[in-house]
Design a protein around this ligand. Structure first.
Ligand code: ADP
Length: 726
């Protein structure tokens, strides 16, 4: 975890005891830059600024921890003896971590335990370079071991050995032909195109051979392209599949920590970059480096003095590239960050386009997206401007060698030390190494870009699953008995949502889950579906711990009708079939009839084949819900989950839905959360949650008689509905 300040080693001698948590802060009391560390040991809280202690106090004396948002910065403080004290000023980006630190220390005050921070809300920085990590990322793409990731990409390409060898051979042979070509040129010029030569026949034969070169080259190029494309497309496809599979298998916690736009980008553009890299650079780099080496050897053998002369500017160019590359890389990192932000914003806006339209905030969103897009374009412009200014200069420096060569080589021909053919042959080789040299100089940039993409892809692929099947999980044929055994859960360790939840549900029973908003009703249901694992205790189905049941067998026997039904792009039929792709049309119609959906489906122009558009925009809320119910009926689950399924509908639709639900819940264990308590009256039992615990359990009538939490909730709701009716 990152609750380890980078400035901690400096202040360690001043700290009495080991630091449990420590954070850097970078402003002094007046908002000027400073090197600060806030550290908590097992007994004390201490603040250091520029290596000096500015505050120390026993943890036992602290009554409360506070974080305050200031203009462009924030303050961390405590309350001691009833008086607030401000301890340090931090930047905006550091403030989240301080807020988290406050919560961790509060938790310690209550329980005596120092919880392990999960650091999800914390702004994470790279321990090596100190830069802020992108949202949802746990590695710094600048400092990540890129060679290791690229090696994995190469390993993946090796799966297609045949095509890879074909491509390498084709390129190598065509390079070889290129090397031989100038030899032919030299023979033609020096031996045949001479004033005294009369052997026209041999000249013709030689020129015929000349013609074979482009033909051979063309065939080799075709083979090369075919093999390379096969390898690169296959590598891209494999990576996309692996990445997508991994994301599908991830727990909700892992999936939601990254913006979905970011995940889409990794699946599409990062794999595309790798694909491009394999196609254009991977194999090419090997072959070009090798052929440059061979040409250099040939040149050295032919005329080593001229070769060295030609190569004089090369080390300077390489050195300059190395230095400038370091600088340029930072610029390209910036470009990536800005691009990522603009893509995520775009995705966010498009996902919430309904809200944007209903609030008439199109102009604001246009300004927001344009802002991000402009910052991305600016950063790209700056990075590219630099690159394109620098690159021709390097090109020019390298080409300087050519002038040396023409001058000295020309002199040698004039004094008769060298033939014209040899000069032309040499010139051809120079052309052949300059091209690859320029290309090789650019290579680090492409390698770096591909390596960053590989790191981003493998970051997800390598992520440890927090909700995973144990080896040989139980494939359970669920009857429907569900037991909560002293279950505790919190999205964050130090902030429990549910505490000591224990109750047992018989197969086929309908349980209503009731409680004020935010008490943990949806969380309880998420735990049954094992979208998250319990923090303590256990949930058992038919006596088997949920964590021992295979996720597939569990989820295939749970049906869900959520408040906001998600419909996929496609027809009504596709959406109902989603629950059971192999169902027959009769089964689908039967399910739709039971769900009271058949009627409205048949009224649509194309009935079951009606295309319902993106997210089902063509349907009303009640219609969408009935499709969701039909889906659940078709699945025929043993456990059914209804989350606020009847919220905000007109009376007629609600009646239809209640009827459908009544049929759906028969003989299935059902957990239902309803906004309006009246809809849960027919539940067998109600579990009433209050402050994260079970306050009471019983039937509607029993709980009303208790005149406790449930009674108060019902009374409060009646009052509200009476007020709204008046
Ligand atoms: P309810 O369904 O009773 O309204 P929830 O179960 O949705 O309540 O939420 C219970 C608590 O857990 C709330 O304080 C909520 O903010 C928090 N919470 C819900 N989902 C998440 C999440 N994915 N990450 C962090 N906290 C969450």
């Amino acid at each position: 975890m990152n609750f380890q300040a980078s400035g901690l080693p400096e202040v360690l001698p001043l700290l009495k005891g080991k630091a449990v948590y420590s954070l850097d802060f970078s402003l002094d009391g007046r908002g000027n830059p400073a090197r600060g560390v806030c550290a908590a040991t097992e007994t004390e809280l201490a603040i250091f600024r520029d290596g000096k202690e500015t505050f120390r106090c026993p943890l036992a004396e602290v009554e409360e921890y506070t974080t305050v948002q200031l203009v462009g910065s924030g303050a961390f403080g405590i309350v001691r003896g009833g008086k607030p004290e401000q301890l340090c000023i931090c930047t905006q980006s550091e403030l989240n971590a301080f807020a988290e630190l406050g919560k961790l220390l509060e938790y310690h005050k209550e329980t005596g335990v120092f919880p392990e921070p999960d650091g999800e809300d914390e702004v994470k920085t790279c321990p090596k370079c100190g830069s802020i990590l992108p949202e949802g990322s746990s590695i710094c793409f600048r400092c990540a071991p890129k060679g290791k990731y690229l090696a994995r990409v190469i390993g993946l390409a090796m799966k297609y050995k045949g095509a890879l060898i074909g491509a390498i051979l084709a390129t190598a042979v065509s390079q070889l032909l290129w090397i031989i070509y100038p030899f032919m040129q030299r023979i033609v010029i020096d031996d045949y195109i001479t004033p005294k030569n009369t052997d026209y026949r041999s000249l013709l034969v030689l020129l015929g051979c000349y013609l074979l070169f482009p033909v051979g080259m063309m065939l080799l190029e075709f083979l090369n392209e075919r093999c390379t494309t096969r390898v690169s497309i296959s590598v891209g496809r494999d990576l996309r599949r692996e990445l997508f599979e991994k994301i599908q298998e991830q727990s909700m916690k892992s999936i939601t920590k990254r913006p979905s736009g970011e995940q889409i980008k990794r699946i599409s553009s990062d794999t595309e970059k790798i694909q491009e890299f394999v196609a254009n650079y991977g194999k090419e780099a090997v072959v070009r480096l090798l052929s440059t080496l061979v040409i250099l050897i040939v040149m050295l053998v032919l005329n080593w003095q001229l070769t060295l002369l030609v190569l004089i500017p090369v080390p300077f160019a390489i050195l300059a590239t190395q230095v400038i590359f370091k600088y340029i890389r930072r610029k390209y990192d910036m470009v990536w960050n800005k691009f990522s932000q603009s893509e995520s914003t775009l995705h966010d806006i498009l996902s919430g386009i309904m809200v944007v339209k209903t609030y008439g905030s199109e102009k604001r969103e246009i300004a927001r997206y344009t802002g991000y897009s402009r910052r991305f374009a600016d950063s790209m412009f700056k990075a590219d401007r630099f690159w394109y200014l620098f690159f021709p200069i390097i090109g020019f420096v390298i080409t300087m060698g050519e002038y040396f060569y023409l001058y000295f080589g020309g002199q040698q021909v004039l004094i008769g030390n060298m033939t014209l053919g040899a000069l032309i042959q040499f010139a051809a080789y120079i052309g052949m190494i300059y091209g690859p040299l320029r290309w090789i100089i650019q290579l680090p940039r492409f390698i770096a870009e591909a390596a960053v993409s590989a790191a981003k892809i493998y970051e997800i692929i390598d992520e440890k699953e927090d909700v995973s099947d144990r080896p040989n999980p139980v494939e359970l044929d669920i009857k429907g008995q569900v037991t909560f055994d002293n279950v505790g859960f919190g999205y964050k360790v130090y902030k429990p949502v549910l505490k000591n939840i224990s109750f047992e549900v018989k197969p086929g029973e309908m349980i209503g889950i009731v409680g004020p908003s935010g008490v943990g009703k949806s969380t309880l249901i998420n735990l049954i579906m094992r979208l998250y694992d319990v923090s303590s205790g256990a949930i058992r189905i038919d006596g088997v711990d949920l964590r021992d049941i295979s996720q597939h067998s569990l989820r295939s026997q749970i049906g869900v009708v959520l408040q906001d039904t998600y419909l996929f792009e496609g027809t009504v039929l596709d959406n109902i079939l989603y629950a059971k792709p192999d169902a027959t049309m009769e089964e689908v119609v039967e399910a739709a009839k039971t769900a009271n959906a058949h009627g409205f489906i048949c009224k649509m122009p194309n009935a079951y084949q009606e295309y319902i558009g993106n997210k089902g925009y063509k349907l009303s809320g009640g219609e969408k819900q009935r499709i969701a119910i039909a889906r659940a009926i078709l699945r025929d689950p043993r456990i059914l989950i209804l989350d606020e399924a009847t919220a905000s509908l007109d009376t007629e639709t609600e009646k239809l839905i209640q009827e459908a639900l009544g049929r759906l819940t028969q003989n299935r264990t059902t957990f239902a959360i309803a906004h309006r308590l009246s809809t849960l009256q027919h539940a067998d039992r109600l579990v009433v949650l209050d402050k994260g615990r079970i306050a009471e359990i019983g039937t509607h009538m029993e709980l009303l008689r208790n005149k406790s939490v449930y009674y108060n909730l019902v009374m409060a709701q009646r009052q509200t509905s009476r007020l709204s009716n008046n």
